[in-house]
Design a protein around this ligand. Structure first.
Ligand code: FMN
Length: 381
């Protein structure tokens, strides 16, 4: 089917032909430059997902299966990260990545009393103590970076921005590969300039936080869909692009390659892996969801993030109260989320998931997920 488009190419100008070829070449093979850059067999990356889903077992199983497993280290202490990396290395000798937020802005509790007024009702319902005055949010970003260098992790991936110039210099000096997740062409150019080895283009379908570089409090964050974002970034930069958002099967993988991406990054698909630390009610909410189950909300963390809508999102938004800016809102809702997790109560958990969650109906091992993506893609090729 692509031979046809190759024949048509001959009428195009050089640049146009290059764009066509870039996509078509990638479609013809799963062996892209991303495989070479990261030393992996398939251009499939399991997203680093902060909050406990990306257990060392999941990361290692994805890497063992030929993809790139990623530890979501953003909310972990350096000690926890060190132990997890040690565990990953005991399970696999394949490359893996560690992911964290490139930047965490300082806390802002200006609107705290109003937010606590809303939270108080939920705390009472879950029978937990009244919301307390919160402490400063812990920011382990630079400590985790330092640890990644000391431990010589093969790949560092960042969200919300890039490594600093000095950090990038250090990473390169130690042979560590890097990626940054972006949501616009402008951010992609910034990441290329910063020196990343590959750009992760995050479409608006994606589960979890929007990865825009700014913290300006825009209600929904940047909202460019993957089909529009990937080719525009591919045309703007010279380094490989990895597509993220709503990809769950071989069709999505091939579509991303056809748009010029040289790899894919999947979050929600791996949330329902058997090895993932995802709460069972979160997995069930994914299996129960449909095409319009997710929304972008700031209610849980103060930063736009896509998740399955539930009572907390609906009632917090209905209250008309402005959430605190990120990360402060995340810190003040933590107790509630922990209590909900303990009780298996999906009403108050942040059920992050992408728009293709409705395509997922059962658990599978990380190995079968990678294998089925590859088999479906190869069949399509
Ligand atoms: C539960 C969850 C947590 C996430 N946490 C992170 C994170 O800590 N760091 C990060 O770079 N991306 C994070 N993401 C976003 C992913 O990198 C990726 O953009 C997204 O999962 C792609 O969309 P998909 O979920 O539809 O596959 C998270 C996504 C989910 C679903």
């Amino acid at each position: 089917m692509f031979a046809g488009s190759l024949a048509v190419c001959s009428n195009f100008s050089d640049t146009e032909q290059k764009k066509q070829w870039k996509g078509v070449e990638s479609v013809l093979t799963l062996k892209t430059s991303v495989c070479e850059t990261f030393g992996i067999t398939y251009p499939i990356i399991q997203a680093g997902m902060a909050g406990g889903a990306t257990t060392p077992e999941l990361v290692a199983a994805v890497s063992e299966a030929g993809g790139l497993g990623t530890l979501g280290a953003a909310y972990m202490t350096p000690e926890q990260v060190e132990a997890a990396v040690e565990m990953i290395r005991s399970l696999t000798d394949q490359p893996f990545a560690v992911n964290f937020f490139a930047a965490t802005p300082p806390d802002d509790y200006t609107n705290l009393a109003e937010v606590q007024q809303v939270l108080r009702l939920f705390h009472a319902e879950l029978d937990i103590a009244e919301p307390q005055a919160p402490s400063q949010t812990a920011d382990f970003s630079s400590a985790i970076f330092g640890l990644c260098v000391d431990l010589r992790v093969p790949v560092i991936s960042t969200a919300f921005g890039c490594l600093t110039t000095e950090q990038m210099r250090k990473a390169k000096a130690h042979g560590i590969r890097t990626t940054a997740m972006v949501t616009t062409v402008g951010e992609a150019l910034e990441a290329e300039h910063a020196g990343v080895d590959a750009i992760v283009a995050q479409g608006s379908e994606a589960g979890g936080h929007r990865s825009m570089f700014s913290f300006d409090g825009t209600p929904a964050g940047t909202q460019i869909g993957l089909f529009s974002l990937v080719p525009q970034i591919v045309d703007a930069v010279k380094i490989p692009v990895i597509a993220a958002g709503g990809i769950t099967d071989g069709r999505g993988l091939i579509a991303a390659l056809a748009l010029g991406a040289e790899g894919v990054q999947l979050g929600t698909r791996f949330l329902v892996a058997a090895e993932a630390g995802t709460h069972t009610v979160h997995k069930q909410a994914i299996f129960d969801s449909g095409d319009d189950s997710t929304v972008v909300t700031r209610s849980f963390s103060g930063r736009p993030a896509r998740g399955i809508k539930n009572r907390f999102i609906e009632e917090f938004e209905k209250s008309g109260t402005s959430p605190l800016p990120f990360p402060s809102q995340n810190t003040v809702t933590k107790e509630l989320r922990l209590a909900a997790a303990k009780n298996g109560n999906a009403d108050f958990l942040s059920l992050w998931a992408g728009q293709s969650a409705g395509m997922l109906k059962e658990e599978g091992t990380a190995e079968t997920i990678v294998q089925s993506l590859v088999a479906e893609a190869e069949k399509l090729i």
